[in-house]
Design a protein around this ligand. Structure first.
Ligand code: PLP
Length: 362
């Protein structure tokens, strides 16, 4: 049992910034003079209204959103968005395009399939086990939308440049890289992400949707599956997960005020990834699994010479206070998730451990 906090490389739920956890701890029993915990106040109170508004305003500032974009908070994780997107934005007579870059893209496609919604997989990197991001994709001019996954959490790849699809709306699942780098929101009709990787705890998903998309929504959807409900009721149609939203607000405040915004966040994340990749590239003991030009700044996937050594590596790392380095159960190997809250110090500690382990086991 570790007595102190470890360096947490878990893929999600993932590390949260320590100052945020300390702030939560400080005001947990009595939120800002309310005499109640933030978990005990009404979602219709002015305390919570301020939390929600502040989270939305920080999102608008950090991403440079203009009035065309609406920030919604929805439960059900990114997984529910996989189903809601074709349900809401794929009208009769239209078809949607999907780019398949891994496990999460595949799950998004499956939800269109389940609903018998016309769709095409216009590009895929499945031929090489999703080790790269496809290029030179032919987009259909009359597709209802194109769906991509900006960062592939399990395979360790990331779009470093977003495609130009002309007038076809792009929708991106950004669950594992939202608020980790600067973003030209003007390219997108919708972005969304579960909070539990970069911006908070599990239980809430942020969806940012452009105005014109709401006109595509058919009549008669169940209220909780209709984006218009969340738009019209400002994400307060029913009781939202208030504690999760509160934590997201504090993380966004940390990004804005302590880190210094998304340019600074991106620089820090780039530096962390460089430290790890430079070492992996220089070693013939560890081997990265993703193509260099496609690899992720958030999820760094690598293998050791054999599975026994990988098991030993993950175990000994955990004993040394470096947790969560096991690759996803579907792919094996090792993965260091270095989201926003992971410090440069933590990444350096991991590299030091990797060097020591290599020396002892080569
Ligand atoms: C984690 C993850 C998901 C699933 O999110 P849930 O909140 O568990 O539904 C979807 N897409 C990506 C890219 C992810 O990393």
């Amino acid at each position: 049992m570790p007595e102190k906090r470890i360096y947490n490389f878990n893929p999600g739920p993932a590390a949260l910034p320590l100052p945020v956890l300390e702030e939560i701890q400080k005001e947990l029993l009595n939120y800002r003079g309310s005499g109640m915990s933030v978990m005990e106040i009404s979602h219709r109170s002015s305390w919570f209204e301020n939390i929600l508004n502040d989270a939305i305003e920080r999102t608008q500032r950090l991403l440079g959103l203009d009035e065309r974009f609406h920030v919604l908070f929805i439960q059900g994780g990114a997984s529910l968005q996989f189903a809601m997107i074709p349900m809401n934005f794929l009208p009769e007579g239209k078809s949607a395009d999907y780019v398949n870059t891994g496990t999460w893209s595949t799950k998004a496609i499956k939800e269109a399939e389940i609903q018998n919604k016309p769709h095409h997989v216009i590009a895929s990197s499945e031929d090489r086990d999703f080790a790269y991001i496809p290029e030179n994709i032919q987009f259909n001019k009359d597709a209802a939308f194109v769906h991509i996954t900006s960062n592939n959490t399990i395979k360790g790849t990331q779009w470093h440049k977003f495609p130009d699809t002309g007038s076809v709306p792009i929708i991106s699942d950004m669950s594992s890289d939202i608020f980790s780098r600067q973003l030209d929101i003007n390219k997108f009709a919708m972005i969304y992400g579960g909070a539990q990787k970069n911006i908070g705890p599990s239980g809430i998903c942020m969806a940012i949707i452009r105005d014109d998309m709401f006109k595509l929504i058919p009549e008669g959807l169940p209220s909780m599956l209709d984006y218009n409900t969340f738009l019209k009721k400002k994400s307060l149609y029913n009781t939202p997960p208030t504690f999760s939203i509160y934590t997201v607000q504090l993380v966004l405040k940390w990004i804005e005020e302590t880190v210094g915004g998304l340019a600074a966040m991106e620089q820090r994340n780039q530096e962390k990834a460089n430290i790890l990749y430079d070492y992996i590239d220089s070693s013939d003991f560890y081997k990265g699994t993703a193509d260099k030009e496609s690899r992720s700044l958030m999820n760094i996937t690598f293998r050791l010479p054999n599975e026994d050594l990988e098991k030993k590596f993950i175990g000994e790392a955990a004993d040394s206070g470096l947790g969560g380095l096991k690759g996803h159960r579907s792919v094996g190997g090792c993965r260091a998730s270095v989201y926003n809250a992971m410090s440069i110090e933590g990444v350096k500690a991991l590299v030091e451990f990797m060097k020591k382990f290599e020396k002892a086991n080569k």
